[in-house]
Design a protein around this ligand. Structure first.
Ligand code: GCU
Length: 618
């Protein structure tokens, strides 16, 4: 069978699979730039056999098998595949919850739309993708522009050279096939929502423009704001102006050979950012014909022994974990409404902290956390058993870490970078994650590095399986060697759910091998909202509530506990949660059901947070 016959002119016209023209970049503060939104209806073609990328002999020919088509056959016109005749779906959004037939779909998927453009001389245009799960290839006007791997971080690809005045076409292949050497790898306890899951837009900037900047409050004196502004395509000595009108700051600096202009200034009367006073200042940056604005808070975060200090004062993190599952409609969360609902419930809970699990969430989430005064634990999906001995996997994790940090390191709310969740304790993994932790610190020395570790029962060497018979059932031990590479220790435990009884938690004590702050980064149990019974009837609200009551007793006995983020705010979809009538594809450990119903445990935790009944009475 000659597959080239299957892929008609419409598609071949739209794309040529030469190797990508550019490597993706990431423009900082892009959501404050003027942009042409490409959100809305996109045509789609489901392509389970990746026939659009490979010849029928499964060759991904570098110049693309379309080049094999001799001119005659190339013009034989469209056959089965034609975007214009193909259905549409919404961008942003996962495809799984938009079309019933795509609910379980994992694989290659084509998006296409036309758009108008009017490129101006002396400007450059970038194609922005907020996130595409998992691998993406972009074509504009038939030119292969860029490829990207990683489902939860943004990327920007320059299209200046291919853009036309008038109508243009964009074709994006998104493939959410799970791969062993991926980040995440094959197995996750969340639904593998595929697609263009966040905003897509076109951004025009001057030839020389501000592509990156970083500002922070110095930990040394808690007074000086330091940082830099980077210009892309700037000659050394280019002038950069920075202003913070409310602080009467108006300063200038010149770029060095690398396009970096360094700033350091100590404003009088700076109001530091904190959950109680989430003060954001309008920031204006200008250079040549480019201007950029932002809203930034300034605060310091550091550790001192086993204390976490925010603006120099010890703090306790009353938190909750959140998955980017959309309330009510379900599917991948991305909208202002999704964010307002999830963080609104977080505030209602009395929490001052969220663990955004297990991947960077939409930028709207960290923007809102900045405004609402909610501290953030941000994480990349280095989750469970990655191929830790594969340098290519480390490179992928480093890339995602870099993209996550570059997007959010000017967000005051983000205080913790997490480099892992529940990874097996072995030397290759510890080496891999220690490298990642050091990278995180190198790129951003102003925040703390953490990870969610598995804990073990005393006497049980392997930190992996909590089902093994422990010598002393009521002693939990945190001595994972990865702890040495972290500033703050995260620990996940499920006493009362995956092991033991809820009451065993209250009897449990902890042995912690590190003199560092500890956050209980996960605990909890499943409950179907509205299902009632006794304290020991699994899946009922009473059972979940019983777990929480006993966990709170245990947590208050851990001297170096500096925070907690129970698992989790709202139920979320997961392929391994299939118990009919109870789970139905949802992990039910949420304190709130997707329809907004609050379970009994929500109110137990809310009371504990409102009464400051757990952790330090701040
Ligand atoms: C793990 C894991 C979560 C998972 C949870 C659960 O600890 O980190 O991703 O959803 O446990 O089992 O519910």
């Amino acid at each position: 069978m000659n597959v080239s016959k299957l892929f008609p002119l419409a598609l071949s016209a739209a794309i040529g699979i030469a190797s990508a023209q550019t490597a993706p970049t990431l423009l900082v503060d892009l959501d404050h730039r003027e942009a042409t939104s490409l959100d809305g209806d996109w045509h789609y073609i489901v392509d389970p056999y990746a026939s659009g990328l490979y010849s029928f002999h499964r060759e991904l020919k570098p110049n693309g098998y379309f080049q094999d088509l001799d001119s005659t056959r190339a013009t034989t016109g469209p056959i089965e595949y034609d975007f214009a005749k193909s259905p549409t779906l919404k961008v942003p959004g996962d495809w799984n919850t938009q079309k019933d037939r795509l609910y379980y779909y994992e694989g290659p998927f084509w998006y296409e739309r036309k758009f108008e453009a009017a490129p101006k001389p002396g400007t450059r245009v970038f194609f922005h993708i907020g996130a595409a799960n998992y691998r993406a290839k972009l074509w504009v006007n038939g030119q292969h522009i860029c490829d990207h791997e990683g489902g939860f971080t943004p990327f920007d690809c320059e299209v200046t050279s291919v853009l036309k005045s008038g109508q243009n076409s964009a074709v994006i292949n998104v493939d959410n096939t799970r791969i062993g050497d991926g980040v995440p790898t094959l197995n996750t306890d969340w639904w593998n929502y595929g697609g263009l899951t966040r905003d897509v837009s076109l951004v025009t900037v001057p030839d020389t423009f501000i592509d990156d900047y970083e500002l922070h409050l110095s930990r040394k004196d808690h007074k000086t704001i330091e940082g830099y502004v980077h210009l892309d395509h700037a000659a050394p000595g280019a002038g950069v102006h920075l202003a913070i009108p409310d602080l009467k700051i108006s300063v200038d600096a010149k770029t060095d050979a690398d396009g970096r202009a360094v700033f350091s200034f100590a404003p009088a009367d700076l109001q530091t950012w904190s959950p109680e006073t989430p003060k954001l200042y309008k920031l204006l940056i200008g250079s040549g014909s480019d201007t950029l604005s932002d809203e930034m808070g300034f605060r310091t975060v550091e550790v001192a022994g086993d204390e976490i200090l925010l603006n120099g004062k010890p703090i306790f993190l009353h938190g909750i974990c959140i998955h980017a599952e959309a309330p009510y409609r379900t599917g991948r969360a991305y909208s202002e409404q999704d964010v307002d609902t999830l963080l609104g419930w977080t505030k209602e809970l009395g929490a001052n902290f969220v663990r955004l699990a297990h991947y960077p969430h939409d930028e709207r989430m960290t923007r809102a956390a900045d405004r609402m005064g909610i501290l953030v634990w941000s994480e990349i999906p280095t989750y469970w058993a990655l191929h830790f001995d594969d340098p290519a996997v480390l490179a992928k994790a480093e890339q995602q870490l870099h993209e996550e940090q570059r997007r959010d390191r000017n967000k005051a709310s983000v205080i913790l970078w997490s480099v892992a969740n529940e990874t097996p304790n072995n030397p290759a993994r510890t080496k891999f994650l220690t490298t990642l932790a050091n990278r995180a610190r190198e790129y951003d020395p102003t925040r703390l590095v953490t990870a969610a570790l598995l804990v073990r029962n005393e006497g049980h060497q392997d930190t992996g399986d909590s089902h093994a018979k422990p010598t002393d059932p009521n002693v939990k031990v945190i001595d994972d060697p990865l702890g040495a590479a972290l500033d703050v220790i995260g620990a996940n435990e499920y006493i009362g759910w995956y092991e033991k009884t809820p009451e065993d938690a209250a009897r449990t004590t902890w042995k912690i091998a590190y003199d560092k702050p500890v956050i209980m980064s996960e605990f909890g149990g499943d409950a179907k909202a509205g299902l009632h019974g006794g304290d020991h009837d699994r899946w009922t609200e009473e059972y979940q509530a019983n777990i929480f009551r006993n966990q709170l007793i245990m947590l208050n006995k851990i001297p170096q506990l500096r925070g907690m983020s129970p698992w989790l705010l709202m139920d979320f979809r997961s392929p391994s949660r299939i118990l009919p009538g109870i789970q139905d594809d949802f992990n039910r450990k949420g304190l709130i059901a997707p329809d907004g119903t609050k379970k009994e445990a929500f109110f137990i935790l809310q009371k504990a947070y409102k009464d400051n009944a757990v952790g330090r009475p701040d």
